[in-house]
Ligand binder design. Structure first.
Ligand SMILES: *Cc1c(COP(=O)(O)O)cnc(C)c1O
Length: 380
């Protein structure tokens, strides 16, 4: 089956008991044993649940991995993956990454004796120079948030293989429709399903897909042991969202491309970050490994803090909110919102300036979106 068909038909098919075409929400904590020591495949919903399994199988199929696990949030998925490691292990992480991930590494996992080195993931020499005897893992974002840098996943996977390191790719921004990191040699794919996979701004969730059974089993063990798994209802919502992922992504990409070109020509805009623009430093690698450039556009506004505030107050269709990847267009200010948990000095080093604004292009009419940005920029 091709991608669009898999998105709709994987996950077990119609309910064998009733014929319901949609996977039911198995809203139950526990499952009755058939006999002493004999279940029907399920015993307790923290461990596993049929609605969750349908979602896990679907995401695994879309990513081309062996098996998946679904989590309560993207951060629950990431926290669980970090527990593959033990005290004293060293992780090489991309420096330009989601603020919550940075906070998890710096302010939580470090307290448990993990070490981190943050590098620019487009620099092979810098990655290799960071490898130490206790290095176990390389962590990357396939499209980084909020600067939309693109990681050459094949290059990073190659470095990791040479040194026996586990690679983890946060594939939230492209979604598997645009990029499948496992095909390029990545071991674990992480998602915040809150974003494009669900796509409707009505759930928080996470997922992990593993390249082989051994890693998948270990993630499942940790999910059960730590209790980080997703609820049946949330899984059902994400499953519903995934059915339209290909058509939504196609439109997100098309509208974001139009917005990026519009902003690039606007005198009120200093610089546009969009991997589909020829001016983007990673345009070539983006074009090579992705089917599209996703629906996120970041830009630096002319006029400093006053212009930022004025712009954020004046947009009408774009809502001032964190998150991304849904049908609603959103706007946010990374320095004070999504990336406020990063210290200012680190933000500066990475390139997240105070005049950076991040847009998540939704599925509203493109002319309405352009007009909204235009009027807000004119007054900024
Ligand atoms: C939102 C996000 C996360 C965290 O996911 P939650 O569902 O909010 O816990 C992780 N990585 C990226 C790239 C994100 O955008």
């Amino acid at each position: 089956m091709r991608f669009e068909t898999t998105a709709i038909h994987s996950g077990g098919g119609p309910c064998p008991a009733t014929g319901a075409i949609v996977t039911p929400i198995y809203q139950t904590s526990t499952f009755v044993f058939e006999d002493v020591g004999k279940t029907r495949g399920y015993d307790y919903s923290r461990t596993s649940n049929p609605t969750r399994k349908a979602l896990e199988d679907t995401i695994a199929a879309l990513e081309g991995g062996r098996a998946g696990s679904a989590f309560a949030t993207g951060m629950a998925a990431e926290t669980t993956v970090m527990h593959l490691l033990k005290q004293g292990d060293h992780v090489i992480s991309q420096e330009d990454l989601y603020g919550g991930t940075y906070r998890l590494f710096e302010n939580v996992m470090k307290n448990f004796g993990l070490e981190f080195t943050f590098v620019s993931m487009d620099n092979k020499a810098e990655i290799e120079a960071a490898i130490k005897p206790n290095t176990r893992m390389i962590w990357m974002e396939t499209i980084s948030n909020p600067l939309l840098n693109i990681v050459d996943v094949e290059m990073v996977a190659g470095v990791a293989k040479k040194h026996g390191l586990i690679t983890v790719a946060d594939n939230t921004l492209p979604s598997p429709y645009l990029l499948r990191p496992i095909e390029y040699g990545i071991d674990l794919v992480v998602h915040s399903t809150t974003k494009y996979l669900n796509g409707h701004c009505d759930v928080v969730g996470g997922a992990v897909v593993a390249v082989d059974d051994k890693l998948a089993e270990r993630v499942k063990f940790l999910s059960n042991a730590m209790g980080t798994s997703a609820s049946p209802f949330d899984c059902w919502l994400v499953l519903r969202g995934i059915k339209t992922l290909p058509v939504r992504m196609t439109q997100h990409c098309q509208s974001a491309t139009a917005i990026a070109s519009f902003l690039e020509k606007h005198p009120g805009v200093k610089r546009v970050f969009y991997p589909g623009l020829k001016s983007h430093p990673h345009y070539k690698i983006a074009k090579k490994q992705m089917k599209g450039y996703s629906g996120m556009v970041s830009f630096e506004i002319v006029g400093g803090a006053r212009a930022v505030k004025s712009f954020l107050r004046r947009v009408k269709i774009f809502s001032l909110a964190e998150s991304l990847g849904g049908v609603d267009s959103l706007v946010e200010h990374p320095a004070t919102m999504s990336h406020a948990s990063m210290p200012e000095s680190f933000r500066k080093k990475v390139g997240i300036t105070d005049s950076l604004i991040r847009l998540s292009i939704g599925l509203e009419n493109i002319d309405d979106l352009k007009e909204d940005l235009k009027q807000a920029l004119e007054h900024a």
